[in-house]
Write a protein that binds this ligand. Structure first.
Ligand SMILES: *Cc1c(COP(=O)(O)O)cnc(C)c1O
Length: 405
């Protein structure tokens, strides 16, 4: 075997497009909820990629699925179908409201497919006028130009020239504002059933049900972006199950592959019928390697052991953060659901979430932010209690580091 080229963090600045600002460390190995960097330093992982490694690092069942499929068949393109894709689709259909599945490679692509399908459906069924897409401020749906324009943060979509048209943004949890703009020209309402990037914001029950009713009233499709909230994250396989609201189209990615890239769009037979042969596609979508890993993810996550364990873990996180806050007084609340939690900074620390993230790395902990005011945690759904406790010890040190600086 040839020698591996030695690389350091400096190489990033030398040869990578500067659209990211990665941490100073380079992780090289992970196991469960622990990660080691180039120097052999160990970290507790409360980030899970960004809510991606739902079963931690190198879960034995996922490694086995990848190895087994890796020795059988890697790729065919969609000129042929393949067994892992069909098995995964069967399992997703059996576990959800959906009858049909479309596979792609990322969350943005799943949402791109959902938005294109919604437009097709509305135009073909009701006429060319029905193209309005309503989405929510602070919503995040990916970085393709359509999805980033539907996302509710102008900072991410500005500066790229003319945007896809007929997209309206309203305030999350404000039913009256939605009621004022929705009409028979509305093609779809797109929402995260728990806003992730936007700050870990739960919809009220009244809002979630009201959105569904308004969509029904105006023949608009309800698209749930479950790229972050799905695959067990909130304690249900998908967050819609806990809300008691069923969408017309659901998108999944992130934890669906547990770290292997895959995205999926789920919908009903009637709606799916509008994506006829040739209307949409993806070379890698439904790739056998990705689908074999995702099938193993669903097999493990969609069990009472894993889903029921999430509540206890959420409790440990909430109690741990509250205890830290009782000493250091930097958070105004802990919000979210299941293992997608946000510690919201109070006015004294407003805008400083990144300081907490960087201090966490210093203390051997991987955490996330959700905007400038929220420290976000999205650990493995099967993180051992001992790792939660050790991670919280390190988080307390990180908080002390920021507070006492
Ligand atoms: C991360 C995310 C996306 C985008 O997923 P990518 O795989 O990065 O394209 C879309 N929607 C939500 C809710 C997300 O959290």
């Amino acid at each position: 075997m040839s020698e591996l080229l030695a690389v350091t963090r400096e190489v990033f600045d030398e040869v990578m497009v500067p659209n990211y600002a990665p941490a100073k460390i380079i992780p090289v190995r992970g196991e469960g909820s622990r990660v080691w960097d180039q120097e052999g330093r160990e970290y507790v992982d409360f980030a899970g990629g960004i809510a991606v490694n739902g079963l931690g690092h190198c879960h034995p069942k996922l490694v086995e699925a990848l190895k087994t499929q890796g020795e059988k068949l890697w790729h065919l393109s969609n000129v042929m179908t393949n067994e892992p894709a069909l098995r995964l689709a069967k399992k997703l259909v059996a576990a959800t409201f959906a009858d049909k599945v479309y596979f792609c490679n990322s969350g943005a692509e799943a949402n791109e497919a959902a938005l294109k399908l919604a437009r097709r459906y509305a135009i073909e069924k009701f006429g060319a006028h029905k193209t309005q897409i309503i989405a929510f401020h602070q919503g995040f749906h990916g970085r393709t130009f359509f999805t980033v324009s539907v996302g509710g943060q102008a900072a991410y979509s500005d500066g790229f020239g003319p945007k896809p048209a007929d997209i309206t943004h309203v305030a999350y949890n404000d039913l009256a504002e939605l009621a004022a703009v929705i009409s028979d020209n509305t093609c779809a309402v797109v929402m995260e059933p728990l806003q992730g990037e936007g700050g870990i914001i739960r919809p009220t029950d009244e809002f979630a049900k009201g959105v569904r009713e308004l969509c029904d009233k105006h023949n608009a499709l309800l698209i749930y972006d479950e790229v972050q909230s799905g695959v067990g994250r909130t304690g249900d396989l998908f967050a819609y199950m806990g809300l008691g609201v069923t969408p017309d189209i659901l998108t999944s990615a992130k934890a669906l592959g547990g770290g292997f890239p895959i995205g999926a769009m789920l919908t009903t037979t009637d709606i799916a019928s509008h994506l006829k042969v040739g209307t949409h596609g993806s070379t890698y979508g439904g790739n056998p390697l990705a689908c074999a890993v995702a099938e193993a993810v669903i097999d493990v996550v969609n069990t009472p052991e894993v889903l029921n364990g999430i509540k206890q873990r959420e409790q440990l996180f909430r109690e741990g953060i509250e205890a830290i806050n009782a000493k250091y007084h930097c958070f105004s609340e802990v919000r979210g659901k299941g293992l997608l939690l946000g510690a919201v900074l109070n006015d004294d620390y407003k805008g400083r979430s990144r300081d907490f993230l960087l201090a966490s790395i210093d203390q051997g902990l991987m955490a996330l932010v959700a905007g400038t005011n929220v420290v976000r945690f999205a650990p493995s759904l099967v993180i051992p209690e001992a790792d939660i406790k050790e991670g919280l010890v390190r988080f307390e040190k990180a908080v002390a580091q920021v507070v006492n600086a």
